[in-house]
Design a protein. Structure first.
Length: 345
């Protein structure tokens, strides 16, 4: 799991060092990291590691607005009909098919859970991805939220995604749990607890019985006993916990390796840069897309060969903070995110 890099360490010394994913960032005797470095692993762990719920995080205004806009979207989602925080009148919630009919295609999303926004370094916005996706053929791709971030002086590697398979009966039992025990049938379209700032927003999306239902919850899992929605929020938090830690509910899962990656390239670099690895790409190939749902970063779809050219291992889940020295003489920071089967390039 090692790669050798010739670079300039923060102390100003040139060195030839070997780093392993998982080795502490300040463990290399020839290249101690600055303790207040904004990209240190300690800070990233404190900001982004999920154990039961994500740490409080501050979004940039534009990206948080985009996250909330996505959370509000959903064909067939019911409008608010109760209190100001979205308490739903059960009679106003669309009746979903009791048999839990669902799309059956290999790239048809039946159920998705995504949690993002809040107070994180910008690189984590670039790599935000749904934590759980169930497809129509029973394929489920999920990330273990209890997995630790791994890192060294070059990158912070994100936990991998896992892939497993559910039978049709398991799909229907899961959907029954999500709608009934997990509270999605009774939930309103959105909730803001009111006593938490800078928290991520969780988005549940279900495509069942010909309807799409979307529920967004800010600060999922943070209890506010004074909220009129406290009961339904606790129920939704239970559903969120299952989705964040889905491994016990599927057998035979393996680490998922994508066939496409989204590389996000931003100007400047905090770490000593490595040489630009792609003879067929230049920084101008990374373009910020326009339109709803796209990240506000210059991105480019990378192939497995492009990723292999980086010379890194243990990055199936993506990474943040790889410094590159571009062919134009400028320094950049690269973040890498897997592209899910249903997502556009």
């Amino acid at each position: 799991m090692a790669r050798t890099v010739l670079g300039q360490c923060p102390s100003g010394r040139n060195h030839m060092g070997t780093r392993r994913v998982g080795e502490p960032m300040n463990s290399h005797p020839t290249c101690p990291m600055l303790p207040d470095h904004p990209r240190t692993l300690a800070r990233a762990r404190g900001l982004a590691r999920a154990r039961g719920h994500f740490a409080l995080r501050r979004a940039t205004a534009s990206l948080l607005a985009l996250t909330m806009l996505l959370a509000a979207c959903g064909v067939g989602a019911s409008p608010p009909s109760g209190g100001p925080n979205g308490t739903a009148d059960p009679s106003a919630v669309p009746t979903l098919n009791p048999e839990f009919d669902h799309p059956t295609g290999a790239t048809d999303v039946v159920f998705r859970f995504e949690e993002g926004g809040g107070f994180v370094p910008m690189g984590f916005f670039a790599t935000q991805a749904p934590q759980f996706t169930l497809y129509g053929d029973g394929t489920v791709i999920f990330r273990d939220s209890n997995a630790a971030l791994q890192g060294n002086s070059e990158i912070i590697a994100l936990p991998p995604f896992w892939i497993g398979q559910l039978t049709e009966s398991q799909i229907r039992e899961f959907l029954r749990f999500a709608l009934e025990d997990g509270g999605l049938r009774a939930a309103g379209p959105s909730y803001t607890p009111g006593n938490i700032a800078d928290a991520p927003t969780a988005i549940f999306t279900a495509n069942i019985g010909g309807l799409t239902r979307t529920v967004s919850v800010e600060a999922l899992g943070y209890d506010n006993p004074e909220s009129p929605d406290a009961a339904i929020l606790r129920t939704l938090a239970t559903l969120g916990e299952r989705l964040r830690n889905f491994a016990p509910f599927v057998e035979g899962e393996t680490i998922w390796t994508p066939d496409r990656w989204r590389g996000a390239l931003t100007p400047d670099a905090y770490n000593p840069p490595v040489t630009w690895p792609w003879p067929d790409l230049v920084p101008a190939d990374f373009v910020a897309p326009t339109g709803q749902g796209w990240p506000e970063f210059p991105i480019h779809t990378l192939t497995p060969d492009h990723v292999a050219a980086l010379g890194l291992v243990g990055i199936e889940g993506g990474f943040v903070s790889l410094a590159l020295h571009g062919p134009d003489g400028k320094d950049y920071t690269l973040a890498l995110r897997p592209i899910l089967p249903d997502e556009l390039r």
